[in-house]
Design a protein around this ligand. Structure first.
Ligand SMILES: Cc1cc2nc3c(=O)[nH]c(=O)nc-3n(C[C@H](O)[C@H](O)[C@H](O)COP(=O)(O)OP(=O)(O)OC[C@H]3O[C@@H](n4cnc5c(N)ncnc54)[C@H](O)[C@@H]3O)c2cc1C
Length: 466
């Protein structure tokens, strides 16, 4: 079989791979994007219930996320503010109460402790260079401990620990004990601070895309036309003095159902360079020849993906609004951890989104998952929440192909161990994906920025004198 020949082969048609492809194509380079799933968007995937488009993965966008906002504007995908009026609710230690603002109503001792820890977490990032965190003066000490260890060392109260644990499960898809303190501080700094990361007004949850985030990816893919190849799982990358030879296997008809990919070799592509726009963990699914250097191999194990699920219940109208509630809620009971109102309008339908802890959820059958989610919604918004007209959930950790999300849950020792290799090019191979961004890593914005950065690196490589 004759190999197709292009300047750049890009692995992954998430926001990062598509942004890289768009930039390189505009610069006149020939590009092919290979995507293992049967759809573009990656961790951005928009479903629909009751005629309402619902983001099963990435959903929100906020100030300073300029790269994704610019891309969305070019693709003519408008945003709408996240509904944020009225009181929020918290289900804590068996009681449900309402409160206003980002900080839940708790005892004055806990509130003071929370405020103190928030300031200290922000301060922790000050000395950390986001592009080289392993060079920070305190890097070795901070990377030797988990976020839990660091909070204990600051004598955080149990309630502060528990609230931060809920936050971590939603932000990283992992517990505070599984995240390096250096990574947490870096991640918060790269987002512009803890308020920017967690808030609705002025923060990362301020807006969402009217018709869902996947539409942005789909429109970029439409622009790229037959350069984007779906259901093509990259299995092998050989590199030599001419560049790379990439071999694929056909993915199953619906890669989201998770059946194993067909291993029949289905053609190969020769390219001068490759961009891998996939999470670091998933680099391990590709057979490299010659083999990746040991640091790159360790990196795939040091950057495991977190696990987070999302559940939606649809009601005739957003009944909680008539009770003066915003639909934003927090619970320490689980599996529903944090909720938002995703209703298209006050007239209806009403849509509650729950970020759901995968433990005691992902392995359950659909009926049990639905019951547990609705029980969680009912604890926050009352018994009416038990009777939706429709229900949908998405378990990112249970995906068989390219599982996990929202992003990598980077444990202690990773940054100081193998951080320098995260995006260090390997001859003609370049690395993108949101995890490699030093601004808004873990977000759509970081994905776009990383795609642009990798595209620029590739352009420079292609233009080098040989
Ligand atoms: C539940 C959840 C909620 C989130 N909420 C938000 C939010 O509100 N706002 C926000 O900004 N971000 C959010 N995110 C994070 C956001 O989705 C990601 O940061 C972003 O989509 C990552 O884009 P990417 O292109 O780097 O990677 P991905 O989207 O993961 O794209 C990588 C692509 O590569 C493909 N692939 C992997 N291996 C191979 C292979 N061997 N061969 C071929 N293809 C391969 C995958 O199928 C995938 O399509 C959320 C994520 C999740 C899961």
């Amino acid at each position: 079989m004759t190999a197709e020949q292009v300047d750049v082969v890009i692995v992954g048609a998430g926001f990062s791979g598509l942004a890289a492809a768009r930039r390189l194509t505009a610069q006149g380079h020939s590009v092919i994007v290979l995507e293992g799933r049967d759809r573009v968007g990656g961790r951005s995937w928009t479903g629909e219930i009751a005629g309402v488009p619902l983001d099963l993965g990435a959903s929100f966008v906020g100030p300073t996320q300029d790269a994704v906002l610019a891309l969305a504007a070019e693709m003519d995908c408008p945003t709408t503010p996240t509904f944020h009026h009225g009181k929020n609710v918290i289900n804590w230690r068996g009681r449900t109460r309402s409160y206003r603002g980002t900080i839940p109503k708790m005892s004055p001792v806990v509130l003071a402790d929370l405020a103190r820890l928030r300031v200290q977490l922000d301060r922790l990032g000050r000395g950390i260079p986001v592009d080289q965190p392993w060079t920070a003066p305190d890097a070795a000490r901070l990377d030797a401990m988990s976020l839990r260890d660091w909070m204990s060392s600051k004598r955080a109260t149990r309630s502060t620990m528990d609230l931060m644990s809920i936050t971590a499960r939603v932000v990283w898809g992992a517990d505070i004990g599984s995240i390096s303190a250096l990574h947490a501080a870096l991640y918060i700094k790269a987002a512009g601070g803890l308020d920017r990361l967690l808030d609705v007004s002025g923060g990362a949850q301020q807006d969402r895309f009217l018709d869902g985030t996947q539409q942005i990816a789909q429109r970029v893919a439409d622009e790229l036309g037959d350069r984007v190849r779906l259901s093509r799982v990259v299995k092998q990358i050989n590199r030599d003095e001419r560049g790379v030879l990439v071999r694929c296997a056909d993915a199953p008809a619906d890669a989201n159902t998770g059946t194993d990919a067909d291993t029949d070799d289905d053609g190969h592509i020769r390219a001068s360079t490759a961009i891998l726009a996939i999470p670091p963990q998933h680099r391990a699914g590709i057979d490299f020849s010659p083999a990746l250097p040991p640091e790159h191999q360790r990196l795939t194990r040091c950057w495991p993906q977190g696990r987070l699920s999302k559940a939606f219940a649809v009601y005739e109208y957003p009944f909680w609004r008539t009770d003066g509630l915003s639909g934003e809620g927090v619970s320490d009971t689980g599996p529903v951890l944090i909720t938002f109102d995703m209703s298209p309008s006050a007239a209806g339908p009403g849509v509650l989104l729950g970020f759901v802890d995968p433990a005691h959820f992902d392995d359950e059958e659909p009926r049990v998952r639905r019951e547990r989610t609705l029980a969680g919604f009912a604890r926050l918004f009352g018994e009416r929440a038990r009777h939706p007209v429709d229900y949908l959930d998405q378990r990112w950790g249970a995906e068989e192909f390219a599982p996990g999300g929202p992003t990598a849950a980077v444990p202690a020792g990773s940054w100081t161990g193998v951080g320098p290799w995260l995006r260090k090019p390997l001859g003609p191979i370049f690395w993108a994906g949101t995890e490699t961004s030093d601004v808004w890593p873990g977000y759509l914005d970081g994905a776009v920025r990383a795609g642009h950065r990798a595209a620029d690196e590739v352009s420079a490589w292609l233009a080098r004198p040989v």
